[in-house]
Structure formats: structure tokens, C-alpha cells
Design a protein around this ligand. Structure first.
Ligand code: AMP
Length: 285
């Protein structure tokens, strides 16, 4: 019989005890970092984690360091009991759910400042975001000592930044990624989709359709500049209230796109108060 809920640990000392026990028993460990409000996209990451390692830890932590003061930190959905029940259904060994005050104790003053893949795109619109993400991920990696950490392609630039962090700082773990899980109409699953009104939800799939249109245009020889300009107009016409960016980049470095090389089309756009991001592959992978 499967348990109805996965055990949650909130204190680092307790977590370290569990991890040390697993290590002594020679078990491998996979970590899935999340901010909770889990959906099928997150669960796809957990399923891969379970195939990679004997023990799976899912962290649930709404990281204050990656939100600007005007962003949605306080209204971000928090549903830990439901999350732990979903995790019990698919199998997960432990939820690591630290309190913000123990993650960032009195006097906390150290940040990881990623460059490279963190520059531009999200970095232009959310200047403190990747320092917040890199800092919390480095802490989570040290806390859980995983052999693998699993991230979604949904947050593609974040995935590139984490790969770079692991490479640059010689962290002893492997990053594995999972393709974006979408609703039937193409909208990428996101914990923030609950913010959308029915009208906005009806417009939202135009983001994925537009990215696919840019891929088709570049594939048939249009320049990436022209294709993304058309993409921007498509999003505005569909009802997006503001387009932060729509760009084609190199798939690994996120440097400017060179035709013939593996690319990625990435976009961020607003529907009222909700900001959606999405991306799709372009060309050889
Ligand atoms: P979040 O809780 O939104 O910070 O996301 C935690 C992890 O789940 C990140 O690695 C995300 O990229 C991944 N993720 C979120 N949504 C999806 C999705 N629709 N498909 C695949 N992975 C996702």
C-alpha cells in the first residue's frame, strides 16, 4: 500500500541525518527543486528522478531571494498538503520544505552572481532573479548532496544557468532535464496559470503557437530578426498586453543565434497581471 502523504522535513539537521543514512547504505540520490503547487510538469521531473536514482528528494521552497518586491511572492500558490499527497501517489522518498528563516538566517549576506547564460532575456526584466535561483540551488545541492538534479525545459534559461553553475563551480552532480509538459491546447503547465481569468486562459495558448510559427519561419529561410518581429505582432494581436521579449538564441550558450546551429526560441509576455514564459527548440538538437 502506498502512503497517503510523503514525509516533510523542515530542519537541516534532520535532513542531513536522512541523507547521511542513505549515503552510508550506498544509495544514489536525485533532487527535484520546486516552489510547490505541483502539477503534471513537476511530476514528470519526479518520475525521471525516480528512474535515475534510488532515493528521490523533492524540495518545496518559495524562494524569496528570486522575487523582486513588486513580484508575486506573497500570492504565489502554497499547497503543501496536496503536493505531498500527489508525490505519495507517484512515489517520492522525502519532501525538503525548509522555513525561509532557516534557509536565510539572521545575517545571511552571500550571493552567487551568474553571468554568461544569465545575461539578457529574463536577466533584463528580472535583474535579481538568477542570482536568487543560483544561490538557492547551490544551497539545495549542498543540503541534499544529490547525484542528479532534475530541471524542466519550461524554464529554459534557468536550466542553462544551472548547468553553467555546476560546470563553473565543479559541483559533483549531473543536471538532467525534462521537456515541457503542456495542456492539450499547447499552454505550458505552470503554477502561475491559476492566476489567469477564463478570457486570459483562452488567449494563453497563442504563446506556444507563436513560438512554433517562429520556428517554421526561420526553418523556411526567414531571418530570426524578421521572424521574431512577426511573432511579437502575433502575440499583441492575440491579446497579450505586453511582450517582454521574443528572441532566438543558441540552444546551449544562449549567445546570439547563428543559422544552422541548434537554436531555442524564447519568449515572455503578459496577460493582464500574469507573466507567461515559454520556449521551443529550433533546428538540430
Ligand atoms: P517551479 O516550481 O515553477 O519553480 O518549477 C520547478 C521545476 O519544475 C523547474 O525545473 C521547472 O522548469 C519545472 N517545470 C515547471 N513547469 C513545467 C512544465 N510544464 N514542464 C516541465 N517542467 C516544468
Amino acid at each position: 500500500m502506498t502512503p497517503e502523504s510523503v514525509k516533510a522535513v523542515r530542519r537541516l539537521k534532520e535532513l542531513r541525518g536522512v541523507i547521511a543514512g542513505w549515503r552510508q547504505a550506498g544509495e544514489s540520490i536525485a533532487l527535484v527543486p520546486t516552489m510547490g503547487a505541483l502539477h503534471e510538469g513537476h511530476l514528470a521531473l519526479v518520475k525521471l528522478a525516480r528512474r535515475k536514482a534510488r532515493c528521490t528528494v523533492v524540495s518545496i521552497f518559495v524562494n524569496p531571494l528570486q522575487f523582486a518586491p513588486h513580484e508575486d511572492f506573497s500570492r504565489y500558490p502554497r499547497e503543501e498538503a496536496a503536493d505531498r499527497a500527489k508525490l505519495a501517489e507517484i512515489g517520492c522518498d522525502l519532501v525538503w520544505a525548509p522555513e525561509a528563516t532557516s534557509m536565510y538566517g539572521e545575517g545571511f549576506a552571500t550571493r552567487v552572481e551568474p553571468g554568461g547564460a544569465a545575461l539578457g532575456l529574463e536577466g533584463d526584466f528580472r535583474p535579481h532573479f538568477f542570482a536568487g535561483v543560483a544561490t538557492v540551488c547551490l544551497k539545495l545541492f549542498h543540503q541534499t548532496m544529490p547525484d542528479f538534479a532534475v530541471f524542466g525545459e519550461k524554464d529554459y534559461q534557468q536550466l542553462c544557468v544551472i548547468r553553467q553553475l555546476v560546470r563553473d563551480l565543479d559541483l559533483p552532480l549531473k543536471i538532467v532535464s525534462v521537456p515541457t509538459v503542456r495542456d492539450a491546447d499547447g499552454l505550458a503547465l505552470s503554477s502561475r496559470n491559476v492566476y489567469l481569468s477564463p478570457r486570459e486562459r483562452a488567449v494563453a495558448p497563442a504563446l506556444f503557437r507563436t513560438l512554433e510559427d517562429v520556428v517554421a519561419r526561420v526553418g523556411s529561410g526567414e531571418s530570426s530578426i524578421d521572424a521574431t518581429l512577426t511573432g511579437r505582432r502575433m502575440l499583441e494581436r492575440a491579446g497579450f498586453t505586453k511582450v517582454d521579449y521574443i528572441e532566438v538564441r543558441h540552444a546551449e550558450t544562449l549567445a546570439p543565434y547563428v543559422p544552422g546551429e541548434p537554436g531555442r526560441v524564447l519568449a515572455a509576455a503578459w496577460l493582464g497581471k500574469t507573466r507567461l514564459i515559454d520556449n521551443v527548440p529550433l533546428g538540430p538538437t
